[in-house]
Design a protein around this ligand. Structure first.
Ligand code: HPA
Ligand code: ZN
Length: 343
C-alpha cells in the first residue's frame, strides 16, 4: 500500500499499539534462536502464512506464542527500539505503548525485566528520534480480577515508569465490570485509565468502560455506534477513540475496509484517532492505516490532518509538549493548504 507524501510526513501520535504486537517475524526468529525457544514456525514466510485470523481469539492464540520468545531485558529493549526505528519514518512524534505484563510474568519473566527493557527502548526513542512516549500496562481480561490486582500491586514500585493502565485480550464474555475494583485502585494510585471496548463486545461494554471503569479513552469502540444515545453522549464529552482499521479487517470486526465505520464515527462527531494495534500481524503501521482510510473511505487530507490533531489532543502529554506538537502540525497543514482547524 503506497503511502502518500502528505500522510508520510504528517506529524502524529500513535495511541494504540501493543509492543508485543510489533514483533516482526525476523526479530522473533532471531530472539527465539538466541534464547533457544522453539517457535511454531521456522521461516518468515511460514510465520506470515500463519497470520490468517478469523477472530480476535485466533489472533491472540498466535500472538501469545510469539511473545514466548521474549525473555531478557535486552529482548524487550530490542523489540521497543525496532518499533521506534520503524515509526520514526512515519511522522510519529509521540507514542503511547501498551504492554501485557501478565503474558510475561506467567512465564516467570520478572516484571522488572519487562519494564526496564521497554523503558530502555523508550529512552532510545527520545534520544535517537526525539519521539516522546508513555507506557500503558494492560490487564488481560481473560484472567480474573485478583490476578489483575496482584499485577497492579507489582507495578506500584514502577509508578514513575508506567503512566496508565488498560484492558485487553479476549473481549467477548469479559465485560469491563469484571475489573471495576482494579481500575478503581489504579485510579486511586494515580494511573490514567483506558480500555479496549466495543471491538468484538457490544456497545454496553463501551458504556461500562466509561461509567464503571471511568476510562479517559476508548480503545477501538466501533460498536458504540450501535447505541445512538451513547454515541451522542461520547461525542458531546469529546471522549477519544483509538480506531485501528487494518486490525478490524484482519480480525473480522469488519468484512471490508470499504465498510469501516470511521466515516460514521466522524459524522457522529466522535473524537477519533487512527492507530495500528499490532502492526507486525495486521499488514501495516500507523501510516498504512491512515492511507487505508483515504483509499477506501475517501477521507481527505484535511480530515486526516484533523485526526492527527486529535491524536495530540487525546495523548497524555504535558501542556508544553502538546503545544509544541500542535504548532508543528499547524505549520505542516498550513503549508499543505489546510488551515481552518489547525489552531
Ligand atoms: N485486541 C485485544 N487485545 C489485544 C489486541 C487486540 O487487538 N492486541 C493485543 N491484545
Ligand atoms: Zn489493541
Amino acid at each position: 500500500m503506497p503511502v502518500s507524501p502528505f500522510i508520510r510526513a504528517l506529524p502524529k501520535a500513535e495511541l494504540h499499539v501493543h509492543i508485543e504486537g510489533t514483533f516482526e517475524p525476523e526479530l522473533m526468529l532471531e530472539i527465539g534462536r538466541r534464547n533457544g525457544i522453539a517457535l511454531p514456525f521456522t521461516t518468515v514466510d511460514e510465520a506470515r502464512a500463519a497470520y490468517e485470523f478469523s477472530s480476535l481469539q485466533d489472533f491472540l492464540d498466535i500472538y501469545y506464542q510469539g511473545v514466548a520468545a521474549l525473555l531478557t531485558e535486552q529482548d524487550f529493549c530490542d523489540l521497543t527500539c525496532a518499533y521506534f526505528d520503524r515509526v520514526a519514518g512515519q511522522g510519529v512524534r509521540h507514542a503511547e505503548i501498551f504492554f501485557d505484563p501478565q503474558a510475561h510474568t506467567a512465564r516467570s519473566v520478572p516484571f522488572a525485566t519487562v519494564c526496564h527493557g521497554i523503558a530502555s527502548g523508550l529512552q532510545y526513542a527520545l534520544q535517537r528520534h526525539g519521539i516522546s512516549s508513555r507506557l500503558i500496562m494492560c490487564f488481560l481480561r481473560h484472567l480474573d480480577e485478583p490476578d489483575a490486582l496482584a499485577t497492579l500491586e507489582t507495578a506500584l514500585p514502577y509508578r514513575d515508569m508506567i503512566y496508565g493502565v488498560g484492558l485487553d485480550s479476549s473481549e467477548a464474555g469479559n465485560p469491563p465490570a469484571k475489573f471495576a475494583r482494579v481500575f478503581a485502585a489504579a485510579r486511586e494510585a494515580g494511573f490514567a485509565c483506558v480500555a479496549h471496548a466495543g471491538e468484538e463486545g457490544p456497545a454496553a461494554y463501551v458504556r461500562d468502560a466509561v461509567d464503571v471503569l471511568h476510562v479517559q479513552r476508548i480503545d477501538h469502540g466501533n460498536r458504540a455506534l450501535d447505541d445512538p444515545v451513547l454515541t451522542a453522549e461520547l461525542a458531546q464529552r469529546g471522549m477519544p477513540f483509538t480506531v485501528c482499521p487494518l486490525s478490524n479487517l484482519r480480525l473480522g470486526v469488519i468484512d471490508a475496509l470499504d465498510n469501516h465505520p470511521l466515516r460514521r464515527m466522524l459524522d457522529a462527531g466522535l473524537m477519533v484517532t487512527l492507530n495500528s494495534d499490532d502492526p507486525a500481524y495486521f499488514g501495516g503501521y500507523v501510516n498504512e492505516n491512515y492511507q487505508a482510510m483515504q483509499d477506501h473511505l475517501g477521507i481527505d487530507d484535511a480530515t486526516l490532518g484533523r485526526i492527527a490533531r486529535n491524536s495530540f489532543l487525546a495523548a497524555f502529554l504535558e501542556p508544553e509538549r502538546r503545544n509544541e506538537l500542535l504548532a508543528e502540525l499547524g505549520i505542516y497543514c498550513a503549508a499543505n493548504g489546510w488551515t481552518t482547524w489547525a489552531s
